[in-house]
Design a binder for this molecule. Structure first.
Ligand SMILES: [Zn+2]
Length: 204
């Protein structure tokens, strides 16, 4: 296999990329200035050592002086009595951008589609239970489920409620959901700050 063919094979493994697009990416690199391609290859080789998953919230963050946890989880000024559970990193960033929440997060890592319950295995359900038990010892009072307003998001909420039922009862934690404001079918990631602010203040 030639270098070009190997590169195309790598691009084909990217999410949502088919063989035609993979070929276009590879050919695009052949037309780019040499220094740009070198910079890209250096960034790719450094990504796994400079970005890692936070041991608490599981989001990807730049390696810094806070050890295994990200700057949000390590920040003593944030409200450790509240925990928002979201599907993915980009949802957490959307909530941060709204500037109205100063609690902690947990990234579930996906949703539970109505028609494909096999996806449950890929989620961090067990890690979430462990996290809740641990944070309960530090005064956790509320867990806010913040999933997209669509059938998969609602199904994911039911799944998380079922796995946290016992922990919530044992530690007297309130379980809430983002309120109206997010229109039906909308994805949290693309919601504007004002919408997220309203959805958070109207949680129930
Ligand atoms: Zn974190």
């Amino acid at each position: 296999m030639t270098t070009l063919e190997k590169l195309i094979k790598h691009f084909e493994r990217f999410p949502g990329i088919g063989s035609r697009q993979a070929r276009r990416f590879a050919h695009h690199l052949l037309t780019e200035p040499a220094e740009s391609v070198i910079e890209l290859s250096e960034l790719i080789s450094a990504i796994q050592s400079t970005v890692k998953e936070c041991a608490f919230c599981h989001r990807f963050h730049a390696v810094n002086g806070t050890g295994d946890v990200c700057t949000i989880c390590a920040d003593p000024k944030r409200d450790h009595t509240r925990l928002i559970v979201v599907e993915r990193d980009s949802d957490m960033l959307a909530i941060e951008r709204s500037g109205t929440y100063d609690g902690l997060y947990f990234i579930l890592g996906g949703t539970v589609p109505l028609l494909d319950s096999e996806d449950i295995k890929k989620l961090r359900g067990t890690a979430l239970k462990r996290r809740v038990t641990k944070q309960a010892g530090n005064g956790l009072a509320e867990i806010i489920l913040a999933f997209s307003v669509n059938p998969d998001g609602e199904n994911t909420s039911r799944y998380v409620e079922s796995i946290l039922k016992d922990s919530v009862a044992t530690h007297t934690i309130t379980l809430t959901h983002l309120g109206r404001g997010l229109s039906t079918g909308s994805e949290l990631e693309y919601a504007d700050p004002e919408t997220i602010k309203n959805a958070l203040s109207n949680r129930k």
